[in-house]
Ligand binder design. Structure first.
Ligand code: NAP
Length: 481
């Protein structure tokens, strides 16, 4: 029988208790796993390791390519970045799969409606790349980076997951109506990739309506694929539909490694009390077994979990109240005792192996047919009002290839005046376009314009305005014609 090696990170808060429960149940199922127990999280930060992930842990994952982990905390005053995000990014686990299903005896307002869906969240890009700058002392900026390759990987995985789990539809939830280039990229890639999966119904849905529909009629969804931040929020919502974070497992999937963990955090108020619900981490371990192709063991454990919930004699405090709830240990032992039994009223879904898309690891260079720079946005910090700033900039651009097209303040056009009455901050986007439609702005032209503006104002940020394959590679300001 094949022996697997898995890196086990107990983590912080309730982490050690719930991962120990999952490990005991997996061991009891008979799957031979050699656990390499490794550290990450709060104690590691406290030792002065800035990433929260020590080298030995990284080396273990490089060997095993498989992780079962508890939640990690970033203690106040330590570390700039979350150790969770570091792990996801180090091993490029580009998709986060978050399934939820209704459980017997876990009563919610949705009980009886058969909620059974999966959120597939892009896991490394978007605002969670964590690239932030103070533009002025009073204005902060985060970059939302979305790549075609990142979208393609996660969208293909969502369709493959639908096939592997016998699901009929995939929804793609985006904010493409507002963020036409970034969220729009996910929508466009989804529509392209959907052509390769004619057996699966594909729908686009605006993310705010998706949240609304999830609360109103969650049973209409089977798989929802979405960008990182949307997925973070939607998947906490979906976990609440079936009984809360104690029941929500997840898998971080990459081409080279996979990290399995509960959606929940370290729940510090329950730490060390032996009351936390280990189902979410156990569900993550079940996902890990299916990832390994151990379908029988996964089904054995899932059946034992369902029997335990169905009988309802041993339930944790999050389900029946902490005054009456069973301990984490008692619940774990009940599940182990139920290994080999089958539930009466609910069943386990049939799973086929998940085909993980393996896109080339080469640097991806998307080559357009044509491209030119048609202008530049220069962001400046000033206390002037638009009526003062605009004419000065028009004057400064004289004799350059550029003309001032408009000024915007937090995205709303404020010069030339539009009649808008925004509340101004000291951060303007000054949009300069080429005077002649068919030219191209060269770097020396842009640098000369910056030099002139820099002599009068503090400029904080510059963006070239590209035209790609004849289409605008930038968006207009609110109110810009
Ligand atoms: P949290 O730890 O998920 O806890 C929020 C609430 O969810 C708890 O107070 C509890 O609800 C419930 N809960 C979560 N897990 C439970 C379980 N296994 N059994 C029973 N109830 C459970 O979220 P947080 O308080 O926002 O975050 C705490 C720390 O965890 C933070 O440092 C955060 O950064 C970190 N975190 C880590 C990860 C990760 O490692 N992947 C993810 C999220 C957060 P009630 O209060 O209603 O009982």
């Amino acid at each position: 029988m094949q022996r697997y090696r898995v890196t086990l990170i107990p983590g912080d808060g309730i982490g050690p208790e719930v991962t120990e429960a999952a490990r005991r149940i997996v061991d009891a199922s008979g799957v031979p796993i050699e656990w390499e127990v490794c550290e990450a999280g709060a104690n590691v930060f406290r030792k002065g390791i800035e990433s929260g992930v020590p080298l030995e842990t990284i080396e273990s994952i490089q060997r095993t390519r498989l992780v079962l982990k508890g939640p990690l905390e970033t203690p106040v005053g330590y570390g700039e970045k979350s150790a969770n995000v570091t792990l996801r990014k180090l091993f490029e686990t580009y998709a986060n799969i978050r399934p939820v299903r209704e459980y017997p005896n876990v009563t919610t307002p949705y009980s009886g409606r058969g909620v059974d869906l999966v959120v597939v969240r892009e896991n490394v890009e978007d605002l969670y790349a964590g690239i932030e700058y103070m533009q002025t002392p009073g204005v902060a900026q985060a970059l939302k980076l979305i790549s075609r390759k990142g979208c393609e990987k996660v969208v293909r995985l969502a369709f493959e997951l639908a096939r592997a789990e016998g699901r009929r539809s995939v929804h793609c939830a985006t904010k493409a109506n507002i963020l036409k280039l970034t969220e729009g990229m996910m929508k466009r890639v989804f529509e392209e990739v959907a052509q390769d999966y004619p057996d699966i119904e594909a729908y686009h849905i605006i993310v705010d309506n998706c949240a609304h529909q999830l609360v109103k009629r969650p049973e209409q969804f089977e798989v929802i694929v979405t960008t990182n931040m949307n997925g973070d929020i939607l998947s906490d919502l979906t976990s609440a539909l079936i009984g809360g974070l104690g029941f929500a497992p997840s898998a971080n999937i990459g081409s080279e490694a996979a990290i399995f963990e509960a959606v929940h955090g370290s729940a510090p108020k329950y730490a060390g009390k032996n009351v936390a619900n280990p189902t979410a981490v156990l569900g993550s371990a079940i996902m890990m077994l299916r990832y390994l192709g151990e379908f029988e063991a996964a089904e054995l454990i899932e059946n034992a979990l369902l029997v335990t919930l169905e009988e309802g004699r041993v339930l944790t405090g999050d389900v029946v109240g902490y005054d009456r709830g069973a301990s984490t240990t008692a619940y774990t032992e009940a599940i182990i005792a139920n290994l080999g039994r089958r539930p009466q009223t609910v069943g386990v879904r049939r799973y086929n192996p998940l085909r993980i898309p393996r896109l080339s690891r080469e640097l991806t260079w998307v080559r357009p047919g044509s491209r030119r720079v048609v202008g530049v946005d220069i962001f400046v910090e000033t206390e002037q009002l638009p009526e003062e700033l605009g004419p000065v900039l028009e004057h400064l651009a004289e004799g350059t290839p550029f003309r001032l097209k408009m000024l915007s303040n937090r995205g709303t056009k404020v010069y030339p005046p539009t009649g808008a009455m925004p509340d101004y901050v000291d951060h303007y986007r000054c949009r300069f376009l080429l005077r002649h439609d068919n030219g191209e702005a060269g770097d020396p032209d842009i640098i000369e314009l910056l030099r002139r503006i820099g002599a009068h104002y503090r400029w904080v940020h510059v963006e070239k305005l590209p035209e790609i394959d004849g289409g605008m590679g930038f968006t207009k300001a609110q109110g810009e014609d």
